[in-house]
Design a protein around this ligand. Structure first.
Ligand code: ZN
Length: 559
C-alpha cells in the first residue's frame, strides 16, 4: 500500500491528474456510511496542520450538542476501547472485514452491551483510564447501529465527533472522504497568505508577504510559504485544504497533499511549516523547501530541495493553487523579479553553540547540565546553543538548550539532566524538572541519580528544578455535608500546583466507585445511580500528584 501510494503520487505528477481521482479507485467506495445522521459538516479536515501533528481524521460538527447517536459505519466488531481524561477521551475502534478500522473519539458514552463491557473493565481494573483490546466475536456491530453517543471528552475544545478510517494492518490513517462518504463542498478554498523566505545559507530567513499587486523582488535563492484554508456548506470556514500546488513558469514545482499517513510520523508537520509563525499565530505556512529529516512516504512532491534558484535579472511566473476534496480551486499568480545582484548565497554566519548532525547522537555537557539527543531528533544538521545561569528562585541553575538554525521542536524525546542545589530537608523525590515558558511552568516525570535530576523531554527551551511538596486540592462542587443531594452526578474539582494530578480514586461507603475525570476542566464526575443508601453515605476521595503528595478527603453525602 505504502509503495503503491508513492508510485501513484509520481504517476500523478507526470500526468497532471488530480490525485484523488486515482486514489479513490484504490479504496472501497460506498462501503462505509456516515457515523452521524444527516449531512456532514466539518470543523476540521483530514491532515490539517496542528502544532505537533497532522489532524488524523475528520472533526464532524454536532451543532454544539453532546449525546448525538454515533453509528457504526459498516458491519464489524468492536476491536478496542480506550478511555482517557486527555487526548481522544472515550474512543471506540470497530474492525471491519474489508481491512479497515473505524475510530470514533471524544464520545460522551458507549451504549448497550459496549457500555456495559467498558464499565466492567473499569471496575475490574479500578481505573477510569483503560486501553483494552476486545476479543473478536464479543461485541459485533451492524452497519448503522448506534454504538455510542457523541461528546466532548478528552482534549476536545467543544462538542464534536472525531472520526477516522485506518488501514487495520498498518494503522495508517486515511482521509475518510476518499471512501466516498457523502460530503457537500461547492465552496472554493482561500489562499490567505503567500510569503517569500530568502535563504540564508541553508536555512530560511524571515519571511515577507507577497504584495497586493502579486509581485515580489528577490535577490537570491528563496522558498515559498503558503497559507490556505477551505470552507464548505455547513462546515467551519478555516479548515485545511486538500492539496496545494505550486507551478514555476507553468511547470509543477511543489505539491503538498496528504491523503494518508502513519500516526507515528505525524509530528513532522512542525518541520513542514514556518514553525515560529505557526506556534505564535496558528497559521500554518507550508514551506516548499525540504529538510532531510522530515522526509517520508507522506512527503510533498518537489523539484529538487524545494528552493527556488533563479537566474539574476530574470522574471518568472509562480502560480499557487489550493484545492479542496471536490477539486474546487483558488489560484494566485505572482511575478517574481530577480535583481541584478542575485547569485551569492551567504553561508550561515552562526557560530553559536555546537554543530550537530541530525542523523547522529548529539551530546552536550556542562558542569550542571547535560543533554543527549538520539539520532533523528532534529530534522536537519544544526547548531545547539546551551547556557546555564544561577537563579535563586530554583533548586538548580536555569539552563537552556535551543537550536540556532531551525527553530523547530525535536521530533522525538531526548534526555536532559540538571545538577540539583537542593537544600537539606527537601525530599529528593519531590524535586521535579520543569520547563519555564514565560509565566508557564510545566513539570516532567523526573528521576534522580547522584545529585542529577533527569527527565525525558520533547521540547527545547529553558529548564530548571523545583520541588513540589504541596498536596493536590479536592473540592466538592455540587454537594455539601449538610444538604440533601440534588443531582445524581457528584462533581468534584481536583487540582495540583506543579507536578499535576497523577492518580485519583474514589470510594463510596468503602467500595471503589468509578469517577470519570475530565482533564480540561479538572473535574471528577461520579454517577451515583443505584449506589447510595438512605441517609448518610461516605465518599472518600484520594488524589496523588506526580511527586507522590497525597490528599485524602472524606465527604458525607446525604440522600
Ligand atoms: Zn479531531
Amino acid at each position: 500500500m505504502k509503495y503503491l501510494l508513492k508510485i501513484l503520487v509520481c504517476a500523478c505528477l507526470a500526468l497532471h491528474f488530480p490525485l484523488s481521482t486515482l486514489h479513490t479507485q484504490e479504496l472501497p467506495q460506498g462501503y462505509f456510511g456516515s457515523p452521524l445522521k444527516g449531512d456532514l459538516g466539518l470543523s476540521a479536515t483530514f491532515a490539517e496542520s496542528r502544532i505537533g501533528h497532522f489532524h488524523s481524521g475528520l472533526d464532524i460538527r454536532t451543532g454544539g450538542a453532546v449525546g448525538l447517536p454515533v453509528l457504526a459505519v459498516a458491519d464489524g466488531y468492536v476491536s478496542r476501547v480506550s478511555v482517557s481524561p486527555w487526548g481522544g477521551g472515550k474512543i471506540l475502534y470497530i474492525k471491519h472485514p474489508n481491512g479497515y478500522t473505524s475510530v470514533y473519539m471524544h464520545l460522551s458514552d458507549y451504549v448497550g452491551p459496549i457500555g456495559r463491557w467498558v464499565k466492567e473493565q473499569q471496575y475490574k481494573t479500578q481505573s477510569y483510564s483503560i486501553v483494552e483490546d476486545v476479543p473478536e466475536g464479543l461485541l459485533p456491530v451492524r452497519k448503522g447501529q448506534m454504538v455510542a453517543l457523541s461528546g466532548n471528552t478528552g482534549g476536545s475544545a467543544g462538542p464534536h465527533l472525531h472520526f477516522e478510517l485506518r488501514e487495520t494492518g498498518t494503522g495508517r490513517t486515511i482521509n475518510p472522504l476518499l471512501f466516498g462518504i457523502p460530503y457537500r463542498d461547492s465552496m472554493k478554498p482561500a489562499i490567505r497568505g503567500l510569503r517569500i523566505y530568502p535563504m540564508v545559507g541553508n536555512s530560511i530567513g524571515r519571511g515577507y508577504d507577497v504584495d497586493k499587486e502579486n509581485t515580489a523582488t528577490v535577490d537570491g535563492p528563496f522558498c515559498l510559504g503558503i497559507y490556505a484554508t477551505d470552507a464548505a456548506e455547513g462546515s467551519t470556514p478555516k479548515n485545511g485544504p486538500e492539496r496545494i500546488e505550486v507551478y514555476l513558469d507553468d511547470e509543477l514545482f511543489f505539491m503538498y497533499s496528504i491523503e494518508s499517513f502513519v500516526l507515528e510520523n505525524s509530528r513532522v508537520i512542525n518541520a513542514l511549516v514556518d514553525y515560529p509563525v505557526f506556534e505564535a499565530q496558528r497559521q500554518g505556512y507550508i514551506l516548499t523547501r525540504a529538510l532531510p529529516g522530515a522526509e517520508g512516504d507522506w512527503i510533498p512532491v518537489r523539484q529538487g530541495d524545494g528552493i527556488f534558484r533563479l537566474a539574476p535579472r530574470s522574471r518568472h511566473k509562480i502560480q499557487v493553487r489550493a484545492y479542496d476534496i471536490h477539486d474546487n480551486v483558488d489560484e494566485r499568480t505572482i511575478t517574481v523579479n530577480v535583481s541584478t545582484s542575485a547569485s551569492t548565497t551567504q553561508g550561515h554566519s552562526a557560530t553559536d553553540g555546537k554543530a550537530v548532525r541530525y542523523s547522529e547522537v548529539a551530546s552536550l555537557k556542562h558542569p550542571a547540565f547535560s543533554a543527549e539527543l538520539p539520532p533523528y531528533c532534529l530534522y536537519a544538521d544544526d547548531r545547539l546553543a546551551t547556557t546555564c545561569r544561577m537563579d535563586a528562585g530554583y533548586l538548580s541553575p536555569v539552563c537552556s538548550i535551543e537550536p540556532v538554525i531551525n527553530k523547530i521542536p525535536p521530533h522525538i524525546h531526548y534526555k536532559i539532566s540538571i545538577k540539583g542545589a537542593v537544600p537539606q530537608g527537601i525530599d529528593p523525590a519531590k524535586v521535579t524538572v520543569v520547563r519555564i515558558n514565560g509565566k508557564r511552568v510545566n513539570a516532567y516525570k523526573t528521576t534522580c541519580e547522584g545529585g542529577y535530576y533527569s527527565a525525558s523531554v520533547r521540547d527545547f527551551g529553558t529548564f530548571a528544578l523545583l520541588a513540589d511538596t504541596t498536596a493536590p486540592t479536592v473540592r466538592a462542587v455540587n454537594f455539601s455535608e449538610d444538604k440533601r443531594l440534588k443531582s445524581k452526578t457528584l462533581r468534584i474539582k481536583i487540582g495540583d500546583n506543579l507536578a499535576g494530578v497523577d492518580t485519583y480514586n474514589c470510594y463510596l461507603n468503602g467500595k471503589w466507585v468509578l469517577a470519570e475525570y475530565d482533564g480540561k476542566s479538572a473535574t471528577l464526575f461520579i454517577d451515583t445511580t443505584g449506589k447510595l443508601q438512605g441517609g448518610k453515605n461516605d465518599l472518600r476521595v484520594e488524589v496523588v500528584d506526580g511527586c507522590g503528595n497525597l490528599t485524602r478527603r472524606t465527604f458525607t453525602i446525604i440522600r
